[in-house]
Design a protein around this ligand. Sequence first.
Ligand code: GLN
Length: 544
Amino acid sequence: MATDGSDPIPPHKTFDTILVLDFGSQYSHLITRRLRELNVYCEMLPCTQKLVELGWNPKGVILSGGPYSVYWDDAPHVDPAVFDLDVPILGICYGLQEIAWHFGKNVLAGEKREYGHAYLKVDRHGDGEAGGHVDKLFAGLEDDMEVWMSHGDKLSHLPDDFITVATTSNAPFAGMAHKTKKYYGIQFHPEVTHTPQGKVVLKNFAVDICQAQTNWTMDKFVDQEIERIRKLVGDKGQVIGAVSGGVDSTVAAKLMKEAIGDRFHAVLVDNGVLRLDEAKQVKETLTAGLGINLTVIDASDRFLGRLKGVTDDPEKKRKIIGNTFIEVFQETAKKIAEDARGSDKAGDIEWLLQGTLYPDVIESISFKGPSATIKTHHNVGGLPKDMNLKLIEPLRELFKDEVRELGKNLGIPEDLVWRHPFPGPGIAIRILGEVTPEQVRIAREADAIFIEEIKAAGLYRQISQAFAALLPVKAVGVMGDKRVHDQVIALRAVETTDFMTADWFPFDGAFLKKVSRRIVNEVNGVCRVVYDITSKPPGTIEME
Ligand code: GLN
């Protein structure tokens, strides 16, 4: 996918690429993940993709699973031109049924649905009848393997010219292969971890059968991406982008710096609700450490002024902060553009950097059903269109862990590479009730102690997100023999892999005791500390 249609060298033109056509399975993106883990570059597009419009040649195609039944009138079908591409094809679950349907209309509802574990028996054919390629999918694997199934439909019989390459007790055609062409279908899901050898099956397909090179490495990506950015922006083009100190925006900014030096302008807006000393630290890391051309705008007063008196509605806080951010960013961009205009080395600022990641892209193009319209991609940063800037999104092909690896390659400090996510509205949504400078101080100090202790205990990377929140209530305590009526800090720490569901982290008692003692002793205005033991759902990770 090109950023704006003018992308000169997208990865699928330089790396051997496997195309995944998505029929809407909840696991489709995992196919892409697994292949990239094997250093094979892979892209996912909706199953409705017309192949004439593709504009590049995949080394192989994978048809994903999906919730439909191929025999339904409105079931989605792959562009039949896929069978004229002359590249190997692997169908997974719905994908297998789709291949069978294409060749023989031979799929029906099974009497027995099959969800969960199953034992697969591999059927090998030797070099005989089919010249050996049919055995390649399960090469190097045991004859019996554990697989994970999730289907209700089944093949009534094999289509012409296919042979069985695997069976289960319930699925006599759990694996099939074409006798002369490199077409394969499997009923199980190799992309999920419940199929322990699934990665070998995918590797056999991508590397041995499709002959895709295993050269998708971050080193190569960096070189190529820098080259691409230079071509895109030209000799004089200038780019502006907001940074937050988070891993995505820092990696994107560093990549821009490597590509075009000071013609990239990073802007950090201090909204007054960043973490303790954060603006200072980000400034140090980005300028002294990474050499990025950074402008820091301290707009704390403007933000805090507008947040004053907002006590009831958390959405209102978010809106105020979002709108004020846009306002400040636009003013700054205008000023930077004016300053830059005088110099003959650079042209106008035409580009806006955004740290969009591949999951956002997948989400925006993923296939939701025969009648569902495909959403156009909207961006997370929420910057206004009337700025008239073209988007540049150097991370849009990457998953989060790839961004981290890239960050390490670019010399970004470990600390920053592994930083927990931090919401745009900052600690304003961790201060329940009114956000005042005094509340900001308390929440910041408590949070800094909590995070410091988590790091000292070596738990930071195990925990996905942790913070201290300030509750809008007061409680009674006794401090130094005096009765106090002070505030309550709630600690929250969760573990999650995808941030969709999360569980609270089981700290041991000694750890919580230490954090509680430190916060009550060191943070003026706090007399109690509680730990939030709500999972998501029903809770959210943040408090507001
Ligand atoms: N809907 C099809 C079935 O039930 C395919 C399921 C899938 O791809 N997971 O067999």
